[in-house]
Design a binder for this molecule. Structure first.
Ligand code: HAM
Length: 464
């Protein structure tokens, strides 16, 4: 039987791995340049971490299992509950603000599609223990900086932001009863500007299937009754009964000013205005725009929320996040507020591929050692060893072949230099170093090369 990788799981061959490392390097360098430090957690957690109160929105996508002792676990589908658990456990000892990043491997039982896998890596940046909008603006600025560094323009990617509190106030003002607002979020979360008809249909049909996501959302609001499904939710009453589809579509298309005008005194308005000002101070306004349709699918968000989406093509969210002020408390820890986002590797690699923004990468060796005569083979191995001990990435051919053939192998391995070892090495300790790009070749004492490899090799490549 021929066994393949399971659906939605990836084999990362060296070419894929190179690309992934390049992406991880970009993630790490932005994180560090913004003052975030790296952490990690376990690949699986107690199932309850996701099913109790914190992450019900994702409970349908879990890979879970029992150990031999009958305890239930789930492979982590996201990092935020782990982060909240870790921070809650040391809440009093950690200096504030807590600015942490991570690149966890995650698993979700999703239907695999382009950019959406069952196993993927996700860059997480989070700031905990700081309540004001500076923290929200800074994580959004880091997100924008990632795209800016990769040459992705505001015409190609948009960071749409909103506030759950504002969306809730606006819907209430439009006539939506409080008990239905979270349920409406579930419909709005799947709002697609390109297909208002589909949205109307879903809205009219009062999606009972969305009720679980809706009740999960209500649990994030520190509402002691949140575990009880609201009475109205049990009925099949269409959402349309409360607010017309047209009215909601109109709201979804309106800007911050129009939304703010409908609930001028709501604190969420002042909060979003402050956020907008800070995004401008961080120099990332061009990438960011208000969008009432961004409410996010996960249960625990309490304030501003945001998503990065490609402005063209059909790739779903490239990154998403928001403020979660009650998550550590929901996990029975002390209350530590937080804000952050997650960005998947797969959708972003596909996005950059579509834009032609992926680099051509090689693992390029610095030196390829070649014996120029059969009798010098063991000396060549000695030279190879000395180069490697000096920290120079060096290799040789496993096959003894003519010089020309070995030089071809050196080029195919993307080596920068060939180090030719012949009879003169034994006599004088010198080797011939050939720059494979310029063709320049020079005889050098191996000791001289080893004492200043960078300088010697640089001079060779520049004198071509
Ligand atoms: P999320 O919206 O579930 O949020 O995921 C965030 C991002 O992870 C998505 O925008 C996408 O780039 C990537 N992603 C999600 N599912 C998949 C998948 N199946 N395959 C590939 N990429 C995927 C969260 O996970 C939150 N915990 C993020 C967060 C951190 N919020 C605050 N801090």
């Amino acid at each position: 039987m021929k066994i393949q990788a399971p659906p939605g799981m990836r084999d990362l061959y060296p070419d894929d791995m190179r690309l992934q490392n390049w992406l991880f390097d970009a993630w790490r360098s932005v994180s560090r340049d913004f003052g975030f430090v790296e952490y990690d957690g376990p690949i699986f957690e107690y199932l309850e971490l996701y099913t109790l109160k914190s992450g019900e929105g994702i409970a349908g996508e879990l890979f879970n299992f029992q150990d031999r002792g009958g305890r239930s676990f789930a492979i982590r589908p996201e990092m935020t509950p782990t982060l909240a658990r870790m921070v809650a456990a040391r809440a009093n000892a950690l200096p504030r603000p807590i600015k942490w990043f991570s690149i966890p491997r995650l698993c979700r039982a999703e239907k695999p599609q382009r950019g959406r896998l069952r196993e993927f890596f996700q860059w997480n940046i989070d700031t905990l223990g700081h309540d004001d909008m500076l923290a929200d603006a800074e994580v959004i600025a880091a997100l924008c900086e990632f795209y800016r560094r990769l040459g992705v323009t505001p015409e190609q990617v948009a960071i749409r932001f909103n506030s759950r509190a504002l969306a809730s106030a606006v819907l209430s003002r439009a006539g939506m009863p409080e008990s239905q607002v979270d349920r409406a979020f579930a419909a709005i979360d799947r709002y697609d500007a390109a297909s208002p008809e589909e949205f109307s249909r879903r809205w009219q049909e009062a999606p009972r299937a969305a009720a679980s996501a809706g009740s999960a959302a209500s649990s994030a609001k520190d509402n002691p009754a949140a575990n009880e499904p609201p009475a109205a939710e049990k009925s099949a009453e269409p959402l349309a009964r409360f607010v017309s589809t047209e009215r909601v579509l109109e709201l979804l298309k309106s800007g911050l000013d129009a939304c703010a005008a409908s609930v001028p005194d709501d604190p969420a308005v002042a909060q979003l205005r402050e956020l907008t000002g800070l995004l401008s101070a961080f120099g990332v306004s061009e990438y960011c725009r208000f969008d009432l349709g961004i409410v996010r699918g996960l249960a625990y968000y309490t304030g501003p929320v945001f998503e990065a989406t490609a402005t063209a093509g059909n790739l779903r969210a490239l990154a998403g996040g928001g403020r979660y002020d009650n998550l550590t408390a929901l996990l029975d820890g002390p209350r530590v507020t937080g804000v952050g986002f997650g960005m998947g590797d797969a959708p972003n690699i596909e996005f950059l591929r579509d834009l032609g923004g992926l680099p051509t990468l090689t693992d390029g060796l610095t030196a390829f050692v070649i014996e120029t005569e059969e009798s010098a083979w063991t000396d060549a191995l000695g030279v190879l060893t000395r180069l490697r001990r000096a920290g120079i990435a060096a290799d040789c051919s496993y096959r003894r072949a003519a010089l020309g053939k070995q030089l071809k192998t050196a080029s195919s391995r993307a080596a920068r230099f060939a180090v030719l070892v012949g009879g003169e090495f034994r006599a004088t300790g010198s080797v011939d170093v050939k720059c494979l790009q310029t063709g320049t070749q020079r005889r050098i004492l191996l000791e001289a090369l080893l004492s200043d490899p960078g300088g010697t090799l640089a001079s060779l490549s520049s004198t071509g």
